[in-house]
Ligand binder design. Structure first.
Ligand SMILES: *Cc1c(COP(=O)(O)O)cnc(C)c1O
Length: 384
């Protein structure tokens, strides 16, 4: 009965208590009590299932984990306090000192900072490669390579890698392939079905979708999630029950919202592409995008991120951004509210001029995260 995405997104994951509540309850409790000393002993020794302490498990968090696992087609899920907490816990649990990671050069900025600073202290080396270039991934593999880390599509330019082809490089080498799926969400892409071993989420983005809280998740098989859970329950990046409830309710409307984000983004991108003053538009849904065909084969939609380059560099870009009245000037994305940002001086500001240009983040580039406002109002707000 419960096998289609929207039914699962609304019905899976939660069993009501004896109070017969129709909507999910928020279990705001740090610890759980036992009927007897015997039961406490049985639950502590894992002979019996049960909650002990919210750093380990909480029913509201568990409902979110179960629902997201179903939607991603994963055996199981661990929710975390943020997307970064999920990425950190995954690396720390699965990669040992003197092992090696191959990572995509154009991942989320803080993921790169994490690898280059904190992870580096554990003597874990990283080789960066161009996301779409399979031969670079292959050539970067060493005897001690443990993990492939990437996001597809990349943000802000929408580069894509063929996940199935990449898994044919990782699997024979016993490398775990981890895909950050925050930009599309399981409504538009399920990396595990394409051959990935691990999916990571910043649920802060489209899963909440309304800019209310931070949350993260990592999904995989039971054995891998057990290792990551053991790391998390000892170090404490647990998701709060309240934030779990927000993202749990976010999943109810995820598919509907993603369709609307895709529709609005396609219309904005098509309109921008027709404007002579615009040098280039980057949106995977446009035929002009280099990775349009590949995206079509592994994604169910093209998402809500549209980037474009104006003539006149930084001055023209700042002018356009400052002239908007509806778009929020913020680097966040995946919100019902549309946002606008200048990557070269914000998300990619830490790069040198040369590094920025090598990844096509020019001074005239503007990134939009298209929200759910009326499309005519949004287009009218972009004054070229
Ligand atoms: C925002 C983001 C993150 C980090 O998530 P937080 O919830 O902010 O910690 C990781 N990956 C991607 C692709 C993101 O967009």
């Amino acid at each position: 009965m419960c096998n289609k995405f929207d039914t699962k997104a609304i019905r899976e994951g939660y069993q009501s208590t004896n109070e017969q509540e129709h909507s999910e309850a928020i279990f705001m409790t740090s610890s759980f009590k036992f009927d007897s000393a015997e039961q406490a002993a049985a639950i502590f020794s894992k002979e019996e299932p049960g909650n002990i302490y919210a750093r380990f498990t909480n029913p509201t968090v568990a409902a979110f984990e179960k629902k997201l696992a179903t939607l991603e087609g994963a055996q199981t899920c661990l929710a975390t306090s943020s997307g970064m907490a999920a990425i950190f816990a995954t690396i720390m649990a699965l990669v040992k000192p003197n092992e090696h990671i191959v990572a995509s050069r154009n991942m989320f900025g803080t993921s790169i900072v994490l690898l280059n600073t904190i992870i580096k202290k554990f003597n874990i080396a990283v080789t960066y490669v161009d996301l779409s270039d399979l031969s670079q991934w292959k050539n970067a593999v060493k005897d001690n390579t443990k993990l492939f880390l990437l996001e597809t599509p990349s943000n802000p330019l929408g580069e894509v890698v063929d996940i199935t082809m990449l898994s044919k490089i990782s699997k024979p080498n016993d490398i775990l392939l981890s895909v950050d799926n925050a930009i599309l969400s399981p409504a538009l892409q399920t990396p595990i079905s394409l051959g990935a071993d691990i999916v990571i989420h910043s649920a802060t983005k489209y899963i909440d979708g309304q800019g209310r809280c931070l949350a993260g998740a990592v999904l995989s098989n039971k054995e891998i999630i057990e290792q990551i859970s053991n790391f998390a329950r000892t170090t404490g990046p647990s998701l709060s029950a309240f934030n779990a409830w927000i993202v749990l309710k976010g999943l109810d409307t995820l598919n509907l919202r993603m369709k609307a984000h895709c529709d609005n983004a396609f219309k904005v991108a098509t309109w921008l592409e027709a404007q002579p003053q615009i040098k280039k538009v980057y949106y995977l849904g446009l035929r002009s995008h280099t990775h349009h065909q590949l995206a079509k084969t592994q994604q169910l939609g093209f998402g809500g991120i549209v980037s474009f380059e104006v003539k006149g560099g930084k001055i023209a870009a700042f002018k356009l951004i400052n002239a908007t009245e509806i778009f929020s000037i913020t680097a966040n994305l995946g919100d019902t509210k549309s946002t606008i940002t200048h990557p070269a001086t914000t998300t990619h500001g830490r790069l040198t001029d040369k590094e920025r240009l090598s990844v096509n983040i020019t001074d005239g580039l503007i990134r939009l995260s298209i929200g759910l406002e009326d499309i005519d109002d949004l287009i009218a707000d972009i004054k070229i």
